[in-house]
Ligand binder design. Structure first.
Ligand code: NAP
Length: 339
């Protein structure tokens, strides 16, 4: 396969290249694209030095599959150009996810939707939704999912390298004594936040993404969780109540989920069904440190939190850069390569 990675210099692009190598993806040739800022930068791929091309100057002939992780604005410009030349785009941005002609794919859940790719574009779900989809599909198949109440705890790497840099700088460049924060939230000066609306270090910010401009006080990340869960699980009427927060974690998105089903649930049955899959690991107290750098979704705290047996609560954690972005894109590319 002749591959291209758009956003090759970014966090997700780098993990994509690494995962292609780890999984021994059949690569005949690979091209790396980024913005003009990175033109000419040299990147290693399996010992081969590849020069980064400016996507704006790109000639996109001969690309079989293009993995995109360069943000929605750039995807909107370049993805149709690659698709027009016959390449299949697997896009990590939010740009095409709700387009009815673009499959939104998690291979463990709905790989059949890859049978029809009318625009030559496939969308990769957002990193938070993605982590929850594999276990939710299994539970939905058992009892019929009707409603999901989700609170997310999202890592700063979900906001790109700039998010990681901001938290790192706050954690290393602060003035004051950290232990004084126990008594006074202003005791430490972490500098002025830029990427996030409040200080990310040792904190919880009860908003991720941006507020919608409809006055609803809902954020873009919350809307993605609603819309993408419905599309991937093929439950158009799924009721979703989402609260997305940003926390002082580098990588690993966590979700606390309370699910309501058509039928009564059973903890033993849920545990057994989830433990049968190699892409899910049961760990009763999973944390982002458990998940960062790993492929599976980690599931714990499975319980009946109320005495309504139609409800089931659980906690899910996954690596937002791997399964949440790069790994899922490569898995889609694997399905396409087999065909
Ligand atoms: N981080 C996550 O957990 C995650 C999860 C799911 C999806 N995504 C998606 O993946 C994208 C990248 O995430 P990231 O964490 O890798 O961000 P990042 O580290 O900030 O990297 C962004 C990449 O996009 C390139 N880029 C930016 N503007 C461009 C343009 N106009 N034309 C061509 N290339 C351009 C950058 O190139 P330069 O180096 O030249 O600036 C860089 O390679 C996000 O915007 C999002 O859509 C991210």
């Amino acid at each position: 396969m002749n591959l291209a990675i758009f956003g090759a210099t970014g966090q997700v692009g780098q993990v994509m290249a690494q995962i292609l190598i780890e999984r021994d993806y059949p690569v005949d040739s690979i091209r790396f694209f980024a913005s003009s800022r990175s033109k000419g930068k040299l990147l290693d791929f399996k010992g081969q030095i590849i020069e980064v091309e400016d996507a704006d100057e790109g000639n996109f002939n001969g690309i079989d599959i293009a993995l995109f992780s360069c943000g929605a604005a750039a995807s909107k410009i370049y993805a149709p150009k690659v698709a027009e030349k016959g390449g299949i785009v697997i896009d990590n941005s939010s740009c095409f996810r709700q387009d009815p002609n673009v499959p939104l794919v998690v291979p463990e859940v709905n790989s059949h939707t890859l049978n029809d790719i009318p625009l030559n574009i496939v969308a990769n779900p957002n990193c938070t939704t993605m982590v929850a989809m594999p276990p939710l599909k299994i539970l939905h198949d058992l009892w019929g999912l009707k409603k999901m109440v989700a609170t997310t705890f999202q890592a700063v790497s979900g906001s790109g390298k700039a998010g990681v840099d901001e938290l790192s700088n706050q954690l290393t460049g602060y003035t004051g004594n950290l232990s004084d924060l126990a008594f006074d939230g202003a005791a430490v000066d972490f500098g002025t936040p830029n990427k996030f609306p409040k200080i990310a270090a040792l904190n919880v910010i009860p908003m991720a993404g941006s507020f919608l401009d409809d006055g609803s006080n809902v954020t873009s990340e919350e809307l993605k969780l609603v819309n993408e869960s419905r599309k991937i699980l093929d439950i158009p009427n799924l009721i979703v109540s989402a609260t997305c927060t940003r926390v002082s974690v580098m990588t690993g998105h966590s979700l606390s989920l309370t699910l309501t089903f058509e039928d009564q649930t059973d903890i033993e049955q849920a545990t057994k069904a989830l433990s049968n899959k190699d892409y899910i690991v049961l760990d009763n107290v999973p944390t982002p440190h458990t998940a960062a750098g790993k492929d599976p979704s980690y599931v714990g705290r499975i319980r009946h939190a109320t005495n309504d047996l139609h409800e089931l609560s659980l906690f899910v954690v996954g690596d937002n850069l791997r399964k949440g972005a790069a790994l899922n894109a490569v898995q889609i590319a694997e399905v396409l390569a087999k065909r």
